[in-house]
Write a protein that binds this ligand. Structure first.
Ligand SMILES: NC(=O)c1ccc[n+]([C@@H]2O[C@H](COP(=O)([O-])OP(=O)(O)OC[C@H]3O[C@@H](n4cnc5c(N)ncnc54)[C@H](OP(=O)(O)O)[C@@H]3O)[C@@H](O)[C@H]2O)c1
Length: 309
C-alpha cells in the first residue's frame, strides 16, 4: 500500500510517497480503506510551518477523510466490516467543552492522517456516514463544515431564521457557513476578492456580496446593506482573534484590521484563538453588549450529530 508523508514547515515539494505493508488493527481499532480525503487550510499551514499545534515528524497528512471498514480488531463494538465511516479531526475530544491540551491530538497532525490508501483508526475516532452522503461529501465535512456548523448553531445564541449572517471570504469554512445559514432561512452577506467569485457566490445563494479589495472599508458597506443596523452573526475565519491559530494574520499585515472591521459590522461575532481553544466554548460580552465566541473544530459527538442531519 501507499501513503504520503510530510514534515512541519517543509513545503509541498517535501511530500514523499512510500510503499509499506497494510497495517493490522489492534484491540478496538479498525482498518479503513480510504476512499476520499479532503484538503483544508490547516494542511497547508502545517507544510508552511505556521500551524501552532504539535505535528508528528514524518507523519501522514490530512485530517479529513472517509472510507470503508475492511477489518475490525478484537473487542470492536462501534463498527462492522463494510461500514462507511469518516474520521473526526480531534479524536480524543468526544463531547462537551474542550478539555485542554490532553484532548488536542489531531488526525493528520500529531497523529497519522488520511493521505493514505489504508488507515488504522480507534473505534472512538470514527463516525458513521449516512447513506445520502458520498465518500467525497463525507470527507469534506469534518474540519471546515462542522466548524461552520458549530459557529452557527453552538453557543448561547444559535442562528435564527430571518437573521443576517456575514461570512468573510469564500474559503471552505465560509462556503459551508453561508450554505448552512441559507438553510436556516438567514440573509447572507459574503465578502470576497473578485467579481468572478462574487458571481459564483450569488449563484450559490448569497444575498449580497462585497468585494473587500475594491471596498477596503467593507464593514461600512455591510452596515449600509443592513440599513445601518449591522449583521446578527459574523463567522470570522480570517483575522483578528484568529491570529494565534489562523495564518491569515500576515495577510492583514498583522494589525488585526479585518477583525476590528468585522466588530464594527455586527452584533455577535464568533471567532477563534489559540487561547480560546483551551477554554471553549468561551463567550465574551463586549462593552456594548455584543458577544464574541470561540469557534473550534468539532468534538466527535458534534461530527456524529452533523452527519446524521
Ligand atoms: N479552529 C477550527 O476549528 C478551524 C476549522 C476550520 C478552519 N479553521 C481556520 O479558519 C481559516 C479559514 O479556513 P478555510 O478552510 O476556510 O481557508 P481557505 O479555504 O483557505 O479560505 C480562505 C479565504 O479567506 C479569504 N481571504 C484571504 N485573504 C483575505 C483577506 N486579506 N481579506 C479577506 N478575506 C481573505 C479568501 O477568500 P476569497 O478567495 O473569497 O477572497 C480565501 O478563499 C484557516 O486559518 C483555518 O485554519 C479553523
Amino acid at each position: 500500500m501507499k501513503s504520503y508523508y510530510a514534515n512541519k514547515g517543509t513545503g509541498l515539494a517535501s511530500l514523499t510517497m512510500k510503499e509499506h505493508d497494510i497495517p493490522v488493527p489492534g484491540p478496538h481499532e479498525v482498518l479503513v480503506r480510504v476512499r476520499a480525503a479532503s484538503l483544508n487550510y490547516r494542511d497547508l499551514a502545517i507544510l508552511w510551518g505556521t500551524y501552532p499545534l504539535p505535528i508528528k515528524p514524518d507523519g501522514i497528512p490530512l485530517a479529513d477523510g472517509a472510507g470503508e471498514v475492511m477489518v475490525t480488531g478484537p473487542g470492536i463494538t462501534r463498527a462492522r466490516t463494510g461500514g462507511r465511516v469518516a474520521a473526526t479531526p480531534l479524536p480524543l475530544w468526544i463531547d462537551g467543552p474542550f478539555g485542554g491540551w490532553d484532548y488536542a491530538a489531531q488526525i493528520g497532525g500529531s497523529l497519522d492522517g488520511l493521505l493514505t490508501e489504508y488507515a488504522v483508526l480507534h473505534e472512538e475516532w470514527i463516525v458513521h456516514i449516512p447513506d445520502h452522503l458520498s465518500f467525497e461529501e463525507a470527507a469534506a465535512l469534518p474540519t471546515a463544515g462542522i466548524a461552520a456548523w458549530n459557529a452557527l448553531t453552538g453557543g448561547s445564541r444559535p442562528l435564527q431564521a430571518g437573521e443576517t449572517v456575514l461570512t468573510l471570504g469564500s474559503g471552505g469554512v465560509s462556503l459551508f457557513a453561508f450554505q448552512f445559514a441559507k438553510l436556516f432561512g438567514a440573509h447572507i452577506i459574503v465578502t470576497t476578492s473578485s467579481e468572478d467569485k462574487a458571481q459564483r457566490l450569488k449563484a450559490l445563494g448569497a444575498d449580497e456580496v462585497v468585494n473587500y479589495r475594491t471596498t477596503p472599508n467593507w464593514h461600512e458597506a455591510v452596515r449600509e446593506l443592513t440599513a445601518g443596523r449591522g449583521v446578527d452573526h459574523v463567522v470570522e475565519s480570517i483575522d483578528g482573534l484568529c491570529a494565534g491559530f489562523c495564518s491569515h494574520w500576515h495577510i492583514f499585515r498583522g494589525d488585526g484590521g479585518g477583525f476590528r472591521r468585522a466588530l464594527q459590522a455586527l452584533a455577535l461575532i464568533m471567532a477563534q484563538s489559540r487561547e480560546s481553544l483551551m477554554r471553549t466554548p468561551k463567550v465574551t460580552t463586549l462593552s456594548d453588549g455584543r458577544q464574541k465566541r470561540a469557534m473550534v473544530c468539532p468534538s466527535a459527538h458534534l461530527c456524529a450529530q452533523q452527519s446524521l442531519v
